[in-house]
Design a binder for this molecule. Structure first.
Ligand SMILES: C[S@@+](CC[C@H](N)C(=O)[O-])C[C@H]1O[C@@H](n2cnc3c(N)ncnc32)[C@H](O)[C@@H]1O
Length: 317
């Protein structure tokens, strides 16, 4: 009763309702919310504090950024979603907020797209210098060679490296990527390796033009840290997988290397084991295994950088 009353008191104000509405699509920083709401930063911070104190929002620090998101706590999460379902998104003020939010998201996506269009040709050597692939690639081969895979999807395929290594173990593979430049390198890599059972297509990985439940296995390798709303990508993978289908996500574990955000277009400084586990579970996966690997064991300067591998299976409903 007390929790409900305090949540309702916190939400019962127009700016705070607008904040809840804006956060329904994913996490935002104070400065992004300031742009959406067109209010001063101290004012927005005061509203955010109230919402966090009431339990409706959670905040977490990631390098220099503080990100806010709707609470995932059992009980409170139902209150937040209940409130959001009551909001009229046709309201002129909320429509204006949504347009600003779309602009912010487009701008962030453009940063990553520009980065990959500029670096497509040298990406393969850049990737190897940042992360030692051998251990991870061996693990992917172990996982995907163990099951019978008719259709394999590689979300954010880049230069097609993951398709290249799993091609011998699958009947057919399709890679998806937003960067036409990366896709053109992927096509020539697959050609040069004489791989004829894999193709690549241009697509946003949060909205892929394939039927529900078409795929046996999905990989999302070093992609989520470029995504503004990573859970949307996991949700799309859920839609595409057959019940019992397997997903492998590989990404950085939390780190503080701001340079990756400033110079290499990363949106997120890695992900906690629990964050991705939580998204997987919420979307109907059971976790088969999680492991942490050194990003580049031979390079002391990258000692901080660790890579996580999450392996899950979509439960049959
Ligand atoms: C670091 S590369 C990884 C490529 C590949 N998975 C690998 O490990 O070699 C990230 C790729 O994700 C793609 N990407 C990021 N966001 C995307 C989105 N929303 N839709 C499609 N591709 C996306 C980028 O264009 C880029 O090619």
């Amino acid at each position: 009763m007390n929790q409900l009353l305090s949540a309702l008191r916190a939400a019962g104000e127009s700016t705070r309702l607008r904040i809840l509405a804006a956060l329904r699509q994913g996490e935002l920083t104070v400065s992004e919310l300031t742009q959406v709401l067109d209010q001063s930063q101290p004012r927005v911070s005061r509203h955010l504090k109230l919402l966090c104190d009431s339990g409706l929002l959670e905040r977490h620090q990631e390098g220099a950024w503080v990100l806010h998101r709707l609470s995932d706590q059992p009980g409170i999460h139902d209150i937040v979603t209940g409130l959001i379902n009551l909001i009229d998104f046709e309201d002129p003020e909320l429509s204006r907020d949504q347009r600003k939010l779309n602009d912010i998201r487009k701008e962030k996506a453009k940063l990553a797209a520009d980065y990959f269009s500029q670096h497509a040709e040298e990406w393969d050597s850049m990737r190897v210098s940042m992360v030692s692939d051998t251990d991870i690639e061996n693990r992917l081969i172990e996982i995907f060679s163990g099951s019978s895979i008719d259709l394999f999807l590689d979300l954010g395929t880049g230069t097609g490296r993951i398709l290249e290594i799993v091609a011998p173990y699958i009947r057919k593979g399709i890679g998806f990527d937003l960067s036409r430049e990366m896709l053109s390198v992927a096509r020539s890599n697959l050609d040069n390796a004489n791989i004829s059972n894999c193709t690549v297509r241009h697509s946003d990985i949060s909205n892929i033009n394939l039927d529900d439940r078409c795929a046996d296995a999905i990989a999302i390798h070093q992609v989520l840290h470029y995504c503004d709303t990573p859970e949307e990508v996991i949700r799309e993978a859920t839609r595409l997988l057959k019940p019992g289908g397997e997903i492998v996500i590989v990404d950085f574990l939390p780190h503080d290397i701001e340079l990756l955000r400033e110079k290499h277009a990363h949106q997120r400084l890695g992900f906690a084991k629990e964050s991705i586990c939580h998204w997987l579970e919420r979307n109907g996966f059971s976790l088969i295994n999680h492991e942490a690997l050194d990003a580049n064991p031979e390079d002391d300067t990258q000692a901080e950088l660790k890579v996580g591998l999450w392996h899950g299976r979509l439960q049959s409903q």
